[in-house]
Design a binder for this molecule. Structure first.
Ligand code: PBG
Length: 304
């Protein structure tokens, strides 16, 4: 009765990978238990996720072709998956990661010049078009994840102009330049061919900057603020929730999953560590958590 924090399946968001090249679900070695799905198997996966009481998935696509502008993000596997989910499990909330890094041949989150620097204007133009294509497919929330300056405002204006003012925006507002993304980059082949993302992702040493970044995104029209990673940044989650009082999502990233997964699989920790970790993220102030443990945690919570 005196417990202050609750953790429920409805607090969780499950990542979902779809691959235009896949004929059947392909296991992802860097994320044990995860697959690159076809559109059909992705829909059955969402059925299973929904049955467990998890209300939302966040979709990541692996395209058949990549090029220097990432143009294959404009139509293909993600749009097809969104509309297939919305026709089969319409109640499920579909979030689409909105970024170029999975679609560009160089792996950067935007269009780059010869020197390899991200060009803000042309990148925003692409993000507006990608977000609109997801909205046309029926997405509930777009989650621009590239930390590109002005991305929220650009997407909001475009969505509203096209009549999609009901589509929410959940930017990765404070996204750190983190070593904890490594298993994900293997999962979607989105490593950088040159350079890194430190020009637009945040320095792990900074906290005031997170407040500035979040303020900008809120002014531009963000509905839910995403902070990423979660576990090494609990202080940021706490601070942002206290400062702004807006809905906060925390992304417990692939490296956090890998850390606990291998400790549990090797018998160094029990799976109670999953619950305790997710609870710590909620206690810090997150309203919802993107986690690779979503299904496992929901099953456990249901049996309690
Ligand atoms: C970018 C994106 C990344 C992740 C989610 N969206 C990778 C990156 O910024 O390099 C990482 C998620 C994870 O590690 O679980 N589209």
């Amino acid at each position: 009765m005196v417990r202050e924090t609750s953790l429920l399946p409805r607090d969780l968001i499950c990542p979902l990978f779809v691959d235009e090249n896949a004929q059947k679900p392909v296991p992802i070695p860097s994320l044990p238990g995860f697959f690159r799905h076809t559109v059909e198997t992705a829909v059955s996966e969402v059925d299973a996720i929904w049955e467990l009481g998890i209300p939302a998935v966040i979709v990541f696509g692996v395209p058949r072709h990549k090029n220097d502008t990432g143009s294959s993000a404009l139509s293909g596997i993600v749009q097809d998956t969104i509309s297939a989910i919305k026709s089969d499990v319409p109640e499920a909330t579909v979030i689409a990661d909105t970024c170029l890094c999975e679609y560009t041949s160089h792996g950067h989150c935007g269009i780059v010049n010869e020197a390899g620097a991200i060009l803000n204007g042309p990148t925003l133009e692409m993000l507006r078009r990608i977000a609109t294509s997801y909205a046309r497919a029926g997405v509930d929330i777009v989650a621009p994840s590239g930390m590109i300056d002005g991305m929220v405002g650009a997407i909001r204006t475009q969505l509203n102009e096209e009549g999609f003012d009901g589509v929410a925006i959940m930017p990765y507002a404070a996204k750190y330049c983190s070593s904890f993304y490594a298993p994900f980059r293997d999962a979607v082949d989105s490593g950088c061919a040159f350079g890194d993302r430190s020009t637009h992702q945040m320095d792990p040493a900074n906290s005031d900057e997170a407040v500035r970044e979040v303020r900008l995104d809120l002014e531009e029209g963000a509905d839910i603020i995403m902070i990423k990673p979660a576990l090494p940044y609990l202080d940021i989650i706490y601070r942002i929730k206290k400062t702004f009082g807006v809905p906060v999502a925390a992304y417990s990233v692939s490296g956090e999953y890998a850390m606990l997964r291998s400790a549990i699989d090797n018998g160094h920790l029990t799976d109670d560590s999953i619950y305790e970790t997710l609870l710590s993220i909620k206690r810090a102030g997150a309203d919802m958590i993107v986690t690779y443990f979503a299904k496992e945690a929901a099953k456990k919570l249901a049996s309690e």
